[in-house]
Design a protein around this ligand. Sequence first.
Ligand code: MN
Length: 298
Amino acid sequence: MLRNCLHEFSELSYWPGILRLRQSEPAPAMNVLRYNTIWISDVHLGLKCSRAEFLLDFLKHTESDHLYLVGDMIDFWCMKRTAYWSPLHSQVIQAVLDKAARGTRVIYVPGNHDEIFRDYTGTLFGGVQIVSDAVHCTADGRRFLVLHGDEFDGVVKHSRWLAVLGSHAYDRLLTLNRWFNLARRRLGFPYWSLSAYLKHKVKNAVRFITDFEAAVVREARKRHFDGVICGHIHRAQIEMRDGILYCNDGDWVESCTALVERKDGSLAVIHWADESVLLLCEESDEHCHRDRCLVSAD
Ligand SMILES: [Mn+2]
């Protein structure tokens, strides 16, 4: 079923236009913010509520040596129910591929909504490297684990009694959850997400987020990282938790956030919808957002 979905997707007429890269075309001269690294996730292209116009504006006004796409870039599951694709969604993909063609190292860690790309880990697609998770070293020498985070849904669900049962049970459940969702995928069922379920149960959502963060931090500590960078729960944050720096790059459905690494290796969350004008003005007073034009997704 998933393969059919990808097949239908690849048949659509916008792909040829996207994939025909004009590699020799220089980047347009405009005021841009430069970072070592940018992380974005949870764009959910194919959903009407994807804020593609803001992301396109962000991509046009930023440059980086590395660009990590931390999962749920395209929402294949929702596209199967209600296909929505505007030219802006194509332009986002084109902008990413253009960056790869111009020398940005683009690394794609698929999430649960675009898990079909997990079958292609280890391959290069239009200059974009597809991996299941990644290791990133910042300019100040810190090592970060980069992953989407959906595998921790099941672990979080059982985190209370896992705390009692201990480390082995915890690891086993994490493995079991991976196999469970792999089996669901093979059988054509969508990924079962606790976070999506809890959106309707707001009372439990706060505890879920706390437990999710704790589970991700625990994985980073177990693998001897200084920090972890993930997405999935649509909540941008940088916070030190038990000696591990927990970073979440947020989403482009509601908050329009990205995580960036500055020249000195420090990390920051950018709220593009709120801060872009200020950031661009700081970069250059003279050319303050003269060239900017946000277009509606409709
Ligand atoms: Mn997700």
